[in-house]
Design a protein around this ligand. Structure first.
Ligand code: PMP
Length: 382
């Protein structure tokens, strides 16, 4: 009755966890949810500003927003014009459109291992054959990366505060990756939603701007900096890609939400985005440090981790791998939602990891939650 494609979408894990986190009393370390206090919530909407936003609009996006984003791209070292910007309804749509553009049944795609699980899901839906290169607390495996590049059409990377590992590539690693992509003429899909959430100084500039000849897609999002409910992200792309991506976008939904676009274009023009981000960073830094201290207190005997310099996650490597899916279910029974590491690996399960979000729960909940997690791990060890 349905297409063959839908069989690829078997996992309902994320949906199940997110549903469980809505239960009363549940403390969530599972999703990538921004803090409620950090969400951008205008007191009222400016009807004058929004007067023109209710009619159908352009597929590529609002001209004022495209111009602001091209300016943002240039600040990040990406030579680009507004005509190279495509506004999308959340960067998850960017992943869907790039998947449709680049992936046929069996197309080899390089991803980090681990990598953002909903990107893996989208690539899988279109038939990708995964060629993983490892990334994480021990650094990116650049030798493996170069070897794998010889065989692939596209490389999907999240070099800045990766979801899930929190890893941030150094300047040298970025230069090495860019040179290798140029040598092999492989398209780079750089996903960069966490860049602004940097707690210890500015992150190195994107890999995209370091490319000389390879084609590229650079993706950003307003979900983590303003509010996921605005559902707005953007692609800045190599000139060869804007026309086919615009056609795909048109087939998907005609254009992105013009109300959100108008609000965000106005915020950007007034420098409000930077001000809002600057106002939420202390809260996130405090929660990150609270989780680091709680982990140290309760989980030192169970796992190893590194302090993430940005983003929203700690990535725990368990000293003794266990059934982390079962651990997650025990966690839900005990009132905490945690994320098993397995679904982040493109080439099958690795039972040795957990991802913990530190932005959503408060400092006291973090302390109590990590104590509970230690008890669960104690029980799993017995
Ligand atoms: N890419 C990465 C790496 C993410 O972590 C997320 C959100 N968790 C997204 C894309 C999708 O974000 P959105 O659709 O909200 O922009």
């Amino acid at each position: 009755m349905f297409s063959r494609r839908i069989d690829q979408l078997s996992s309902s894990l994320v949906r199940d966890i997110l549903a469980a986190t809505k239960r009363p009393g549940m403390v969530s370390f599972a999703g990538g949810l921004p803090a409620e206090e950090a969400l951008y919530r205008p007191d009222r909407l400016d009807s004058g500003l929004l007067a023109g936003a209710w009619q159908y609009g352009e597929t590529e996006g609002e001209p004022a927003l495209r111009a602001e984003i091209a300016r943002l791209g240039r600040q990040l070292g990406i030579a680009c014009a507004p005509e190279q910007v495509l506004i999308v309804n959340g960067s998850q749509q960017g992943i869907d459109l790039v998947s449709k553009l680049m992936i046929d049944e069996g197309t080899p795609v390089l991803t980090e291992a681990p990598a953002y699980l909903a990107a893996l899901q989208s690539f899988r839906l279109f038939g990708a054959r995964f060629c993983p290169a490892s990334v994480g607390p021990d650094g990116a495996d650049l030798v493996g990366f170069e070897r794998t590049l010889a065989d692939v059409r596209m490389a999907y990377l999240t070099p800045t505060f990766q979801n899930p590992s929190g890893y941030c590539y150094s300047d040298t690693e970025r230069d090495t990756v860019a040179a290798a992509l140029d040598r092999h003429d492989v398209l780079l899909f750089e996903d960069d939603p966490y860049r602004a959430l940097s707690y210890d100084g500015e992150a190195p500039k994107p890999i995209t701007g370091r490319l000389k000849t390879a084609r590229w897609v650079y993706q950003g999002s307003f979900s983590k900096t303003l509010a996921p409910g605005l559902r707005l992200g953007f692609l800045i792309v190599h000139p060869d890609l804007i026309t086919p991506l615009t056609r795909l976008k048109q087939a998907a939904d005609l254009h992105s939400n013009r109300v959100s676009q108008t609000i965000i274009a106005d915020l950007l023009a007034r420098g409000e985005l930077e001000r809002h981000v600057a106002s939420v960073l202390p809260l996130y830094r405090e929660r990150r440090d609270a989780m680091a201290a709680a982990l140290q207190r309760h989980l030192g005997g169970h796992a190893r981790w590194q302090l993430p310099a940005g983003g929203l996650f700690f990535w725990l490597r368990l000293n003794k791998p266990c059934d982390t899916m079962a651990l997650m279910r025990c966690g839900l029974d005990a009132g905490i939602a945690i994320m098993p590491g397995e679904p982040f690996f493109p080439d099958g399960a690795d039972a040795g990891y957990l991802r913990l979000n530190f932005s959503h729960a408060g400092v006291e909940q973090i302390e109590a939650g990590m104590a509970k997690l230690a008890q669960l791990l104690d029980a799993a060890r017995d």
